[in-house]
Unconditional design. Sequence first.
Length: 471
Amino acid sequence: MSFYDNGRQVLNNLETYYNESIGKEKKVIRQQSIKTLHKELDLASHIKNGDLTGESLDEFLKTYLDNTTRLHHPGYLAHQVGIPHPTGALGSFIDGFTNNAMSIYEMGPAAAAIEFFMVNYLLLKIGWEPMPPDIENRLTYPHSAGILTHGGSLANMTALLAARNHLDSTIRENGTSSDITILAPEASHYSIAKAAGITGIGEKNVRPLATDSHGRVIVSKLETSFQAAVGQGRRIVALVANACATGTGLYDPISEIGDFCNEKGIWFHVDGAHGGAALFSKTCKTLVKGIEKADSVIIDAHKMLRTPTVCAALLVKDALDLDQTFQSKAGYLFHDKKNPGFDFLGQGMECTKAGLGLKFFMTLAALGEKNIEAYIDATYDLAREAFDYISAQPDFEVPVKPESNILCFRLKAPDDVQIRVRDRLIEEGSFYLSSTELKGARYLRMVFMNPETKLHHIKDLISSIREIPVI
Ligand SMILES: Cc1ncc(COP(=O)(O)O)c(C=O)c1O
């Protein structure tokens, strides 16, 4: 069968999959064992025979799709993964087919030009000076910069490496120094501590900032944390704030923290992996007011910007910081050449890199800014409506009024019941929730990512939970 015929089969199957998912005809999640799936998918035999085409491809696809977690299902409320726009998914497909590994311009001029454009687009949203597309003007005047990375964890690590280099440019060559510290609220995403471990800063050198009972940074206590660290001879690599926190979806007071960091000369990193998308909404962007005071910001397009996984942006206020951190030597890549574009290679960790900008661009260009804004507003509104509804139920409790589209709640029952409820919902297959710990107690957690999810689905969820016999 031809590429075209196989492709048509893939599209037909995906269309059926999409309709079954939004129509709730199939379970939102179906978990079989690895052993069963290996057998059902017939993996070994396909590789042996090289027969994945025509009917065999069709059969494989049906089994594969039946064993996916259906993000398009309105009962999908679990994790911060975007519901991909179909045009964005076509971007992934085109990128996979053309395979333009665009870190050097000559390996993907269109892909690199789009990444450049998308980085600038985000820089402008923050209020920073974009990169000059006339490459001969690069670094001839102060401007900002950025790079798209394979995910927010890598974007956070890239930001912390730039911050470390800014603090002490000898570390890259000599190895790390034991007196350096990151200040971050405990509610920071685990990728911050992980990056500290990997980069040699050390997980134990991520010191917690004082926070309120909901885990938000208390601005009036920043000075105490700072003085305590400095008093013990620590040098501060960066202070990290959440926009928003993974567990609760709450935003730290960005503007006030920015003032503090700027006054002390501390690198200010805003982790906006999830909630940085608030910049796209006139109403929600007050939540990230003052974000321009940061030195680095990350935003995951594959979370609230409807882009297929993965595509994160790392943005830095001063382009020199990326240049000085990541310029490297590799004779086969870095040499004098005619280059009408820009090599992203010297701006981050990755060498071979997918054309991440294409799916990001295609998603936004298919939706248009107004629809992205409406989507963000609607999901943030739905979280507030769900909060009002669930808070009014006598057998449920909701610990935090949401600021974004993340909402934690629980039955008035012990921790193990929350876990059993989640397990039963997954088994039953109408709703898929996540769970988190807050202040030592276990909660169910919903993230409203799906534009098809409405308040009536949440009312159905509450009724379904009440019907679970374990309660
Ligand atoms: C606040 C925050 N930062 C970073 C990350 C990590 O992003 P990624 O999953 O793209 O690596 C997440 C993921 O949920 C997050 O919520």
